[in-house]
Design a protein around this ligand. Sequence first.
Ligand SMILES: Nc1ncnc2c1ncn2[C@@H]1O[C@H](COP(=O)(O)OP(=O)(O)OP(=O)(O)O)[C@@H](O)[C@H]1O
Length: 724
Amino acid sequence: MKFLNDLNEEQRKAVEYNSGPHMVVAGAGSGKTRVLTYKIAYLIEKGMEPESILALTFTNKAAREMKERIKAMIGKKAEKLWMGTFHSIFARILRAESKHINYRPNFSIYDREDSVSLVSNVMQDLNINLENLTPNGVQHKISFLKNQMILPEDYEKEMSSSAADRKFHEVYKEYQNRLFMNNAMDFDDLLLKPIELFTNNPKVLSKYKKMFKYILVDEYQDTNKAQYELIKILSPSRDKICVVGDDAQSIYSWRGAEIKNMLNFKKDFKDAKIFRLEQNYRSTKMILAAADSVIKNNAEQIAKTLWTENNDGEQLTIIRASDEKDEALQIAKRIKKEVTNRKLSLNDIAILYRLNSQSRALEDALRREKIPYKIIGGVEFYRRKEVKDVLAYLRVLSNQDDEESLLRIMNFPQRGIGNTSISKMIAFARRLNISLFTTMARVFEVIEVKERIQKNVKQFKLMLDKYIELKDKLSISELTSALVDELGILKMYKEENTPESMARYDNIQELLRAIQEYNQENPKGTLDEFLAEVSLVAGIDQYDEKANAVTLMTVHSAKGLEFPVVFITGLEEDIFPLSPRFDSDSKIEEERRLFYVALTRAQQKVFLTYARSRYRFGEVAYQSRSRFIEELDEATYVEVNGPGSRRAGRKKKEVIDEYYQESYDDFDQERRSLRVGSKVSHAIFGVGKILAITGSGDTQKVTIAFENHGTKNLLTKFANLKLI
Ligand SMILES: Nc1ncnc2c1ncn2[C@@H]1O[C@H](COP(=O)(O)OP(=O)(O)OP(=O)(O)O)[C@@H](O)[C@H]1O
């Protein structure tokens, strides 16, 4: 097999090994993905049927790319591989086997936002208020428990007798119950339900065990308990299994990932063989030395030494900025320089941050400098309001028990069915133990609802019935177009004619286009399958590498990617690492691994930036530089002080260039127009009235009485106040 020549000796050994369970422990950039890809091609070339190989990846994007690569190596038969994320593969299996767990195959898949909304409805219905937990927090806790396979009944056994625990348990139990009633699953169910399925149905299990002759798992360091159980349950005769991972890149413990799955592989799988890949093909020697000097501060890790034959490369550059705006401006300027000096295109550059909220200042600066950028993970396409509205209609057409989706569309676009009437219908549904959808058919029996509104409900129900009937006669694309037309939402957004409504208009058009493409690519694809697919799309999956633009994303999303030039921003205590003061050692170690992941994305050059002060939680916070910078080997970096150094405050005019002048002028403009008595609005605190102004220039402060947040003292420069 000629393609084996693309591998180094150790990689090749791992690819050819076939005599038992094995784990490839590989450092960053050492060819993990390559080994996995080649191994699958190798197995097929050796005669294994593609449909008997199960390959589990961390993102849909990784699965797609690997499949493409394998197709290029061995041809079209690669299409038949079972390759995808845990969630998408098991959603597919659950759909086929739904009757064994008392679900119907058209079950809805709730994303995080849907789950939060369900939690919130449950809390309202049970009239439960959890003092310290918002619906968001409750959802997070539920998800964390589910990831650890702790169901309500398990939780009940372990919980304390405190009122808070009891209330939480009640919400959790009812949340699970509602999911079931709605014929819906949340993301965590997509891993838990298959365990239930396989455990309670030995015949089904044996069918899949026979079918999957080989299991391969990517990013093994970030598997959680449920994923681990699934691998163990399914791994055929326990020997045809290959996992790859890097313990130094385990960054998802907050979502329940367990690094110990990797550390315990040898115990779990008898006679497991370990392959180590230590040659890095991605980065310069300098970048590897820097990464190594940081990660060696972690106590918990599998020993390995990464080396490379690549060039020595340049030192890292550390840039100090005065605040987040200055940081962003300096980055934008640098990018222009780098592109010219290194003859790079913009998609060779990534800007990474720890927190999504850091992106705003960066985006502002890039826009002003007219540098095209793409942002990954913001509000993802399929999570946008207008897109979800249309999808909610499709979900109801597919699964009438999906109460969450039905509630979303009941009065959208407005059809005169208010919340009070909806509550009354829900009460009726609960009393009779029927679904809300069925209640709509019997709305004339719900005497508490006014006659006029009963008619509106009836009409809405008739419309849905019509499309439910049409859904098997039309393609998904025709169905959706007809529906969107009848709802008149495109027209509605067009008439509103605001930038926001036009963006919504475009997004719905884009959705119609996406559905058309889906139809073309999957002529036999059903509405249920389409909905399952879009529910599982993550931000990174839509990432277009070819678009000529700088990439902005969190370090978490950057896992597995590589770029010639990488900026790592916000290197300050409390940002990166996040919350060091309150955290245990293990959390700091995870932050350090995250920093390691960030550094090792770079091929040629790394810039590290930090700001002396930063606007956070509505106030200016003075920041101290991240411990991770202090941990870097001194030989691996140089520091430059941009105009953000302290000197800049005093001698601003001398050190800042025209561009900065312009941006400071903007501040001054805003400041001059503020007066005692002016009404202003603030991004977080809302509307308020200025009571006093003290000081001037950069240290000017305003005292504002906010309508809903009391009186606050803010530094004008950072408050970003808008006059009303
Ligand atoms: N034997 C090899 N010869 C040449 N290039 C290689 C070889 N192995 C890997 N590479 C290249 O090195 C880079 C990193 O490989 P890959 O992405 O497979 O590593 P990885 O271990 O999955 O990385 P990470 O875990 O850091 O994301 C890729 O550009 C890949 O093409």
